[in-house]
Ligand binder design. Structure first.
Ligand code: PMP
Length: 297
C-alpha cells in the first residue's frame, strides 16, 4: 500500500463545530473527555459519484448513538447532513469516505462529565477500492478472535461508540500479526457475531443466513443487502448461528460501509468458496450505491 499521509497532516478543510476550518488546525486538547473516557460516537459512510450513500440513515444513527451515551448533539440532523455534504465538497471528493464524530470536550475530566461541550466534526477523504472484483472474489481470510462481543447489559452495544472498538482493534491487530485480513468475533453466548468492523453472512443451499443483531450493530449495509436479496427472491434467515454450523456453509461474506460486500474464504479452520450468491450481491450492492439499482431500502 502507498504511504498513508497522517490524518492530522492533510491539506484542505473539514467541518468542525459549525464551520469549515483548515484541516490542520482542527485540533482538540489532550485533556478531552472523549479521549480519556470514550465519550465519543462516530459514523463511517461512503460517497459514490458525488452522492453520499444513505446519508440520512448514517446521520440518524449518529444521533441515536449520541443519545444512548447521553450526549445531546447541539445541531439538527439536517445541519449534520449538510456538514457531510460541505466536507466532501470542500475536498472536492466524489468517491471517498466520510467520518462524522461527536465527543465530549475538556470542561470536566472525571467520570462525571455533565457540563462538557459536545463537539462535532466531519471529515472526508479519498478512499479508492484497492481490489478489483476478481481479486475480491478470491475472498479474505479471517482469524477467530479471543474477544467476545459484550452482552447488551454490559455495554451500549447498539451505539456506534468508540469504546466498543477497543476489542476490535486488539482483535484485528492479533489477526494481522498471524497473516489474516481480519477476525470474526463470537458473542458473550459463544454465538457467531460479526467481524471487527463489518457484519457477516453465510450461504447454505441458496439461502442467506446471518446472525440476529441483538448485541452488535445492525449495519446499514447489512440492511441494504438483506433488502437487495429479498427483492431478488433470495431467502434471508436471521437467526442465532453456532460456530460449528460454519462447516455446513458454502459461501461467506462481510458487509459494511467500508467493506461493502467482501467475500470470505476462511474463518479459522472453516473454508468457504466465494460463489454465485456472493458475486451477485457484491455487484448488486455496487450498482445500488451508484444509483443504478432496482431496490432502495
Ligand atoms: N459492525 C461494526 C463493528 C462496524 O464497525 C460496522 C461498520 N460501521 C458494521 C458492523 C457495519 O455497519 P454499516 O454497514 O452501517 O457500515
Amino acid at each position: 500500500m502507498a504511504d498513508v499521509i497522517p490524518f492530522d497532516q492533510r491539506d484542505g478543510s473539514l467541518w468542525y463545530d459549525g464551520a469549515l476550518v483548515p484541516w490542520q488546525s482542527a485540533k482538540t486538547h489532550v485533556l478531552t473527555h472523549g479521549l480519556h473516557y470514550a465519550s465519543c460516537v462516530f459514523e463511517g459512510e461512503r460517497i459514490y459519484g458525488g452522492t453520499i450513500y444513505k446519508l440520512k440513515e448514517h446521520t440518524a444513527r449518529l444521533f441515536k448513538s449520541a443519545e444512548i451515551l447521553g450526549m445531546k448533539i447541539p445541531y439538527t440532523e439536517e445541519q449534520i447532513n449538510q456538514a457531510c455534504i460541505d466536507a466532501a465538497a470542500a475536498q472536492d471528493i466524489k468517491d471517498g469516505y466520510i467520518r462524522p464524530v461527536a465527543f465530549r470536550g475538556s470542561e470536566m475530566m472525571a467520570v462525571s462529565a455533565q457540563n462538557t461541550k459536545i463537539h462535532v466534526a466531519v471529515a472526508c477523504w479519498p478512499w479508492p477500492s484497492y481490489f478489483s472484483p476478481a481479486e475480491k472474489l478470491k475472498g479474505i481470510r479471517l482469524d477467530i478472535s479471543r474477544w467476545k462481543r459484550p452482552a447488551p447489559d454490559t455495554e451500549p452495544v447498539h451505539a456506534k461508540a468508540a469504546g466498543l472498538y477497543m476489542i476490535c482493534t486488539i482483535s484485528k491487530h492479533e489477526a494481522e500479526a498471524k497473516g489474516y485480513a481480519d477476525a470474526l468475533m463470537f458473542d458473550y453466548r459463544g454465538l457467531v457475531a460479526e467481524a471487527t468492523g463489518a457484519n457477516v453472512f453465510f450461504v447454505q443451499d441458496g439461502v442467506l443466513h446471518t446472525p440476529i443483531p441483538d448485541c452488535f450493530l445492525n449495519g446499514i449495509t447489512r440492511q441494504s443487502v438483506i433488502a437487495i436479496a429479498k427483492a431478488r427472491q433470495i431467502k434471508v434467515v436471521e437467526r442465532h448461528i453456532e460456530p460449528a454450523e460454519m462447516s455446513g456453509f458454502s459461501e461467506c461474506f462481510l458487509t459494511g460501509s467500508a467493506a461493502e460486500v467482501t467475500p470470505v474464504s476462511e474463518i479459522g479452520s472453516y473454508r468457504f468458496k466465494p460463489g454465485a450468491l456472493s458475486e451477485t450481491l457484491m455487484h448488486a450492492y455496487a450498482d445500488e450505491v451508484r444509483g443504478k439499482a432496482t431496490v432502495t431500502a
